[in-house]
Design a protein around this ligand. Structure first.
Ligand code: ASP
Length: 308
């Protein structure tokens, strides 16, 4: 089992720790498939976990909450919109107050890249990055890796095409770093205006010039939402034009391996980056990703509290 007190990104995550987290999460999924009683543990009894979210979230916040509760922890949700942050309180003061209430784990989502590392250096609590700006979303990458491993039986040699708004996507960054570390081949594809200037500074990725090229022989097609909230008002093309060029449809899917799977971190913008029929098709593993997310987050909570 992993040994780190914080989980700030995939960059600093050792391959052994990542593999241990995936193994543990996999075992939890098997256990949880049993009776409802099997989904109620006691390992974190008496521990307090705070979900501190400064950005919108459905899946990440809820799955951290369910994960904490499955391990017996007390889980508290603090949303910035309803907190004293609106009265001018700083991030650090907010965290120190939570710490004074004996919060042992702080799950932080923040629009500023680097916010979790900043906090981790200044608190006694364990900090888990639940998405920081355009930087990282490590538990998303872990749950994606687990989903691929469960569907394909391995990660080594698997070809994963990540398509869309790569520039603004913390999901793309974390996945590129983690999946290449674990032996997969990652291809990036997106409009030129949504590609990082130096994609290979993120990880050793392949660059595809079109969605067709990215899909060719791929095992996994991971589609991304345009991060409108991070574009600063600069829309790049019409939605219709975008979906025609970079939206996944049956014609493009036919270029991938016959058993290729479709992934999406959510929220989906149906009909934009992903054809709505494909989103609901047997090839889509989007809800498997969500299920894996609870287990991965429980494994992360176990790791950080064990190391604390
Ligand atoms: N839910 C993911 C994130 O928070 C992806 C997205 O919002 O598009 O980064």
């Amino acid at each position: 089992m992993g040994t780190a007190r914080h989980l700030l990104g995939t960059d600093a995550l050792a391959v052994e720790d990542a593999t241990a987290l995936l193994d543990r999460a996999d075992a939890m999924l098997v256990t949880w498939a049993g009776s409802p009683e099997a989904r109620k543990g006691t390992l974190l009894r008496g521990r307090t976990v705070v979900n501190l979210f400064f950005e919108a979230s459905t899946r990440t916040r809820t799955s951290f909450e369910i994960a904490g509760k499955r391990l017996g922890a007390d889980v508290v949700n603090v949303s910035a919109a309803a907190s004293s942050v609106t009265k001018g309180e700083t991030l650090l003061d907010t965290v120190r107050n939570l710490e004074a209430m004996r919060a042992e784990v702080i799950i932080l989502r923040h629009p500023a890249s680097g916010a979790p590392s900043f906090v981790a250096a200044r608190t006694g609590a364990s900090v888990v990055n639940a998405g920081d700006g355009t930087h990282e979303h490590p538990t998303q990458a872990l749950l994606d890796a687990l989903t691929i491993r469960r569907k394909k039986g391995r990660l080594a040699g698997i070809v994963v095409a990540i398509c869309g708004d790569i520039l603004h996507s913390r999901v793309a960054r974390s996945n590129a770093i983690l999946l290449t570390k674990l032996g997969a081949t990652v291809r990036f594809c997106g409009p030129r205006t949504m590609m990082p200037r130096e994609p290979r500074a993120i990880a050793d990725v392949q660059l595809a010039r079109s969605l067709d090229e990215a899909a060719e022989g791929a095992d996994v097609l991971m589609m991304l939402r345009i991060q409108n909230e991070r574009l600063g008002g600069a829309m790049l093309s019409t939605t219709r034009e975008y979906s025609r060029t970079f939206g996944l449809n049956a014609r493009v899917l036919a270029r991938a391996k016959p058993d290729a799977i479709i992934m999406h971190p959510g929220p989906i913008n149906r009909g934009v980056e992903l054809d709505t029929m494909l989103a609901d098709s047997a090839r889509s593993v989007i809800l498997d990703q969500v299920e894996a997310g609870v287990a991965v987050r429980a494994a992360v909570l176990e790791m950080v509290t064990r190391a604390a």
